[in-house]
Design a protein around this ligand. Structure first.
Ligand code: ZN
Length: 262
């Protein structure tokens, strides 16, 4: 019963994340305006139900028949599934809520980066300060007793994360003679470190690269086999989704994975 409730809650939050992903790059308010179709028509609430509306309308807008990208559905179901897993693996309510919030933030950052190759400061720097505040007030998130030691873990994670990626960026630039990693990625790793500490940062970079390669290579093969012509390999790969895959894995099962490997 509880899992179903969390799944539905996740889908609703996912619907809100879709709004953020679309509106933040456009500089629009994410709160104070009703949902509109591309044709300009307002979307009534009963056609704005997470997951169900997209399925019932089969990806076509009711007002004008224009297509609704499958991505809206994907973000909603991804959020719902993430929420269910986070709640299942967390040992307290506060950890589940912080974990779900962190995953939601990461999802928005990853999808905006895929769209625009840009990571917005409001998400990365804002998220980093949110991470500090959460660490101070909810030390149990870092398995600490006092707020101060939890905050130190968070600050250490942010410094190490952004410092490490900064040096990878410097070396990358010297090797490839052009910008290999953007400043947005440096800030994003600060955010990741603020939430999941230095171990989480290392896991996000190396685990993220490994997992993304494991996902990317087989899908590339499938694409080749079924010969989807519209698909071209992107020349520049946004780095944020790779980091996001790594940090989400860390939140969901990273501790156990590390214990198994070390
Ligand atoms: Zn329309």
């Amino acid at each position: 019963m509880l899992s179903i409730f969390i799944f539905v809650l996740g889908a609703c939050i996912g619907s809100f994340l879709n709004v953020c992903i679309y509106r933040i790059p456009h500089g629009e308010s994410i709160v104070f305006s009703r949902s509109r179709c591309k044709c300009g028509a307002q979307i009534p609430w009963f056609l704005n139900i997470p997951l169900l509306s997209w399925l019932l309308l089969r990806g076509r807008a009711y007002c004008c028949g224009g297509s609704i990208p499958a991505r809206y559905f994907i973000v909603e179901i991804l959020t719902a599934i993430l929420f269910v897993i986070v709640f299942a693996v967390s040992d307290s309510l506060s950890k589940s809520i912080i974990g779900s919030g962190f995953c939601s933030l990461l999802l928005v950052i990853a999808f905006i980066d895929m769209d625009t190759m840009e990571i917005y400061d409001i998400m990365s720097v804002g998220g980093m300060f949110a991470g500090f505040a959460i660490s101070l007030f909810f030390p149990e998130w870092h398995d600490e007793q006092s707020g101060i030691s939890s905050l130190i873990k968070s600050l250490g994670g942010a410094c190490l994360g952004s410092g490490l990626i900064f040096w990878i960026a410097v070396i990358g630039e010297m090797t490839f003679k052009k910008e290999a990693i953007g400043g947005g990625d440096v800030k994003l790793l600060g955010t990741i470190g603020a939430f999941i500490g230095w171990k989480g940062c290392l896991f996000s970079i190396f685990g993220g690269c490994l997992i993304s390669t494991l996902i990317f290579l087989p899908s590339l093969l499938i694409w080749k086999l079924v010969k989807i012509k519209t698909f071209t390999i992107p020349r520049i790969i946004p780095f944020a989704p790779i980091l996001v895959v790594g940090s989400m894995t860390y939140v969901l099962c990273g501790q156990n994975l590390l214990e198994m490997l070390l």
